[in-house]
Design a binder for this molecule. Sequence first.
Ligand SMILES: O=C(O)C1=C[C@@H](OP(=O)(O)O)[C@@H](O)[C@H](O)C1
Ligand SMILES: C=C(OP(=O)(O)O)C(=O)O
Length: 430
Amino acid sequence: MTDFIHLPAARLRPGTVALPGSKSISNRTLLLAALADNDCEIVSLLHSDDILHMRNALEKLGVHSRENASGSLSVQGCHGRFLQREADLFLGNAGTAFRPLTATLAVLGGNYQLHGVPRMHERPIGDLVDALRQLGAHIDYRGNPGYPPLHIGERSNNGQSTVRVRGDVSSQFLTALLMALPLTGQAHTIEVVGELISKPYIDITLNLMARFGVQVDNQDYAVFRLPENSVYHAPAVVHVEGDASSASYFLAAGLLSGSPVRVSGIGRHSIQGDVAFARELEKIGASVLWGDDFIEVSRAEGQAVLPFDLDANHIPDAAMTLAVVALASGGPCRLRNIASWRVKETDRIAAMATELRKLGAEVTETPDSIRIVPPAQLNQSVRIDTYDDHRIAMCFSLVSLLNTAVIINDPQCVNKTFPTYFEVLAGLQE
Ligand SMILES: O=C(O)C1=C[C@@H](OP(=O)(O)O)[C@@H](O)[C@H](O)C1
Ligand SMILES: C=C(OP(=O)(O)O)C(=O)O
């Protein structure tokens, strides 16, 4: 039986949402804290499936952590070497756990099985495996070549000091390599082959590595140099920012409803590229207020939501929210340079096209873009399928702010990054 949530057409009151922690920062911080040569307290960590997969994996690898009365998590660093040299790790559909753990375990060596949900076994990892093999890593594909599940064995030698990795399928391969290479103790150069996508996620990686004491020289996102004798050393406390991709639903709600909606936990100094979503909203009619710890979006009376044509490569996750905003724009909209959508939780270009058409939009897809012509009037009470993709569930919930009731199938898929999403959205309603 399909579970679903019925969202009646709704109006919002002005309100504030305290964002859950950033998925990208939470999983990077957990791994770096685990590898550090000291202990670290992590504040405002995200609680969701993707983070549980990383935490469970680290526990199986022998990393001790403790939840404090305040809700923070203390992690005991393992000095760049896991106690457990054999483990079977189930990582769900968490790219930010699967890719970095693959690189870390391949560099450290051992006897490890890494697997996930069926969709994870369709998400490419070959470019990362090819890069790790240049370092002498032993990795076998246990299913289809180029995809999980993987077996990781002992590393045979120190391999090359210059490693080449493709950057045009997922930036997570480069992130994984960057975080793992300091564990060799040697100097390394990474050369990125092909144009790197999703660049702002590399900024998050480099920012957090620097906070853990490892400075990487970034030459135009094409060549990265890591110094020898690097050791991760944790700051006493790391505060995880609110999740900027999760913020996109509420910021869009501010534009669509016109009622001021504020998100707290991120602000003008955020290290997450997805805060650029607010700037894109500003270009299409939003009024945006930037604080140190909040972003607020509203729309002036009489101001329309405008159509757009955007290269969204820098904000692949938040761009899905724009695809739904397009329904309110009164004209053709296009999102370009988003080929990576096809290899994420589902084929997101195909899925968004199918679901937007149910609402009456005319949609054209290419291998790396989507064009959306909104209908004069949206179809009522459409059932949106979610393809086990949290972002499809969250972005289509915004249809309820367009005088249109909508049904979202299998809404529990939001557990990947935002388990309380529908309660928080309901809390903003009049
Ligand atoms: O490094 C990260 O934290 C992420 C990188 C992005 O993936 P790609 O680099 O595959 O686009 C993004 O879509 C994902 O949700 C999180
Ligand atoms: C692509 C995403 O997830 P992952 O970290 O699994 O790649 C996402 O959250 O939109």
